[in-house]
Ligand binder design. Sequence first.
Ligand code: ADP
Length: 604
Amino acid sequence: MNKFEVLNRYFGYSEFRHGQEELIDAILSGRDVMGIMPTGAGKSICFQVPALMLDGITLVISPLISLMKDQVNALTQLGIKSAYINASLSERQLNTVYAKAQAGQYKIIYVAPERLLTPVFSDFCRHVKISMLCIDEAHCVSHWGHDFRTAYLDISTFISSLPERPVVTAFTATATSRVRDDIENLIGLLNPLRVVTGFDRENLYFEVVRPKVKLVALKRYLDLYSGRSGIVYCSSRKNVDELYETLREEKYSVTKYHAGLTKQERKLNQELFIGDEKEIIIATNAFGMGIDKSNVSFVIHYNMPGDIESYYQEAGRAGRDGNEADCVLLYGASDVRMQKYFIDNPEENPGLSDEEIETLRQLRLQKLEKMIYYSTKATCLRNYILNYFGEKTKGKCNSCSGCNGNDMSIDITVPAQKIFSCIKRVRESEDKRTVIDILKGNETEYIVSKNYHQLKTFAAMSDSAESEIEKHIDHFIKYAYISEKRTGSLYLEDKCSDVLWNGKRVRKFAEKSDKSVSAADSSDVDIRLLLKLKTLRKLLAHKSGVPDYSVLTDYAIIKMAAEKPENMEQLRKIEGISDHKLNKFGAVFLKEIVRHCGRNIEKE
Ligand code: ADP
């Protein structure tokens, strides 16, 4: 199988993204590589595709012990044989993994860096063929990085202890030039191909707000994003707990995550969020590394982080599916005090001399200054971040609050009430055009024939331009207040009743460019079918004990609900549906689609 066949068969994608092919070709030719690509760019494919093509095992060194299981589960879902070796396994489980690995049953094995030089592991590595060593989150090797981990320094000794030097590949999302040099030198990469793809994440909108009362601002945002999935980051466990309690009492769909919770609590809460049972997770930075939840639509920082690296990494967890997503930072002067406190009271980092500790302190203070600048003075937020990572930029981005002006939210409760009420009065049986005609007060033949000019909402928005009414309706469709039937008629989702009857207010942030919600054209999506497919996906995910998007991505599901494939061949053409997924799930999804369409046809 060549690399395109592997990409297509295992991952269901038809083309490589920027940078992927170059890295894969170099790896396959036996050359070391260093891939520096932003979160969501697709680093995993860069080592997973060659791992499947090389004849031995690929060892992936990852700091994310708690998440290795999820990563292995995700690979298993794709039909790729893999395992992990870390402290969470019992002696017996470890022996089974070693035995199966020796029998050639795994292509990819995840391992924690602390394990590399242990006798049993070293012995194991001398008796199997390791064709590639992949170092994920490679910035952890550098003091200059933001997640320095001493065990990463063992990697070069480990490489020299192997009977045959494998091709060595290093990947990270955030690395300044100092960190890049450290990665190359401390890991001992040999003449590596360095691929640095653009750091820009075009689908992310950046916003900094300096609210008088953060909680009020946060709730405004959460209301605006209602129905969508998002992360709220806080700097301390105490903040997480307090915010969680407040929002939970106010009936927001929230869960929480921080290192002070028990392992079981963390696991459960993470699953609630990943499985879309809870819309919002309130978390410290302990949450998120390595989590590939593709449909996160917003990341709000309730507190300012200590450096741009951490901010961009955390904010970058939004919009991994390529859809438009927002990254908001709520800045307050107390954030600076808190970060200074963290710097003066650092976590233990064994093995560092006093001098090194002081150098690190100074470095963190410098980084904090840059973060404060971003939060208070940067004229274009996106450019500031990109320049920080050494990228040149041209002109304003026009997609951040620096360019567009910040905190310009507007209350759209009144138009919401008029539009919802109009849709109700026509018994949810009319399309967008007719609803606009009624609200605008257009006495067309159709309007008169249906007596709609007698309605209370007739001409209720006569002062607004038709295009403005349309924009409002599109906005409500986008934020899932209104949905469209296959016939085009508009209907109201449950949450509209709070706006109509219970005084709930709706806000919209005016300055943002209008952004589409989904990768597929949402106007073509059969919403009812989409809901059915999502339910089916949840069921299948539950059965396999994996998150929903591991069964099929949101993108694939939305595409299905739009294109309604009639056979397996058409289904296979949808991006994200690989051979393996087609074999495993194709028939049951197809059955659901056919059943749904059949029922609709009978009705019409
Ligand atoms: P990173 O590790 O760089 O943060 P991932 O490897 O988790 O990113 O990839 C992010 C998302 O992009 C995943 O859902 C992945 O399946 C998808 N992806 C990666 N490569 C491609 C590709 N060539 N075409 C389409 N989607 C891709």
